[in-house]
Design a protein around this ligand. Structure first.
Ligand code: E4P
Length: 224
């Protein structure tokens, strides 16, 4: 089943978008929570109220040592939610992933900028890989190549991790990545809204409304 996440901690925006699309869960990072000015204790229950019991949360550690990340990941994973712990894919983060693998904690390797970096995270036991699509592109590399290389390596080595590309800044990037057949994506609220929108849609609907009112003023379709 495809997993569509929102990359936000804004509860109102999550409620608005979940009403119109099947939101599987939410991804957060320290910058997202800092922007809302709210911690996990406030944000997670409020989002669960909106999305329901089955919502999955990807929550990032903020520790700067391997030992700190492992301890923080253990604590985060014990929160009463469907939690995947996000670990930055640095050398110390990879060391934490290796240790967490044996503790049966779900891990997302975040801040992936290259296929080789993501491949090592997959070998360390990450359950999800989050390549940063727009950040890769603005550095002059090609996010589609990074994601398709990761798909190839995961398949060749029969690894079980999923791809969860993140950091999209336009819908073309989203479509380029979806076309590869990834398992999941996470979208900012702006980009999620743009996925539903097209400037021609409302004018087309307005014509239908005007034509209908001209012929059947005040009646609904089943009353005509
Ligand atoms: C998700 O896991 C990342 O934290 C996030 O998508 C980064 O996106 P940005 O490049 O928009 O900050």
């Amino acid at each position: 089943m495809f997993e569509l996440y929102l990359d936000t901690a804004n509860v109102q925006e999550i409620a608005r978008l979940d009403a119109a699309m099947p939101v599987f869960g939410v991804t957060t990072n320290p910058s997202i929570l800092a922007k809302e000015g709210k911690g996990l204790a406030e944000v997670l229950p409020a989002i669960k109220d909106v999305l329901g019991e089955q919502a999955r949360f990807h929550v990032q550690t903020v520790s700067t040592t391997t030992e700190g990340m492992v301890e923080e990941a253990i604590q985060i994973s014990q929160l009463p939610y469907d939690i995947v712990v996000k670990i930055p894919t640095t050398e110390i983060g990879l060391a934490a992933m290796k240790q967490l693998k044996s503790k049966n904690i779900s891990i997302l390797a975040t801040a992936i900028y290259s296929a080789q970096q993501g491949f090592i995270a997959a070998l360390c036991g990450a359950d999800y890989l989050a390549p940063y699509v727009n950040r890769i592109d603005v550095l002059g590399a090609n996010s589609v190549n990074v994601v398709s290389d990761l798909q190839l390596l995961i398949k060749q080595q029969n690894l079980s991790c999923k791809l969860l590309p993140a950091s999209f800044k336009n819908t073309r990037q989203v479509m380029d990545i979806l076309r590869l057949g990834v398992d999941s994506i996470t979208l900012s609220t702006d980009i999620a809204a743009q996925m539903m929108a097209h400037p021609s849609v409302q004018p087309a609907v307005d014509v239908f409304t005007n034509d209908w009112q001209g012929a059947f003023a005040g009646k609904l379709a089943y009353q005509s």
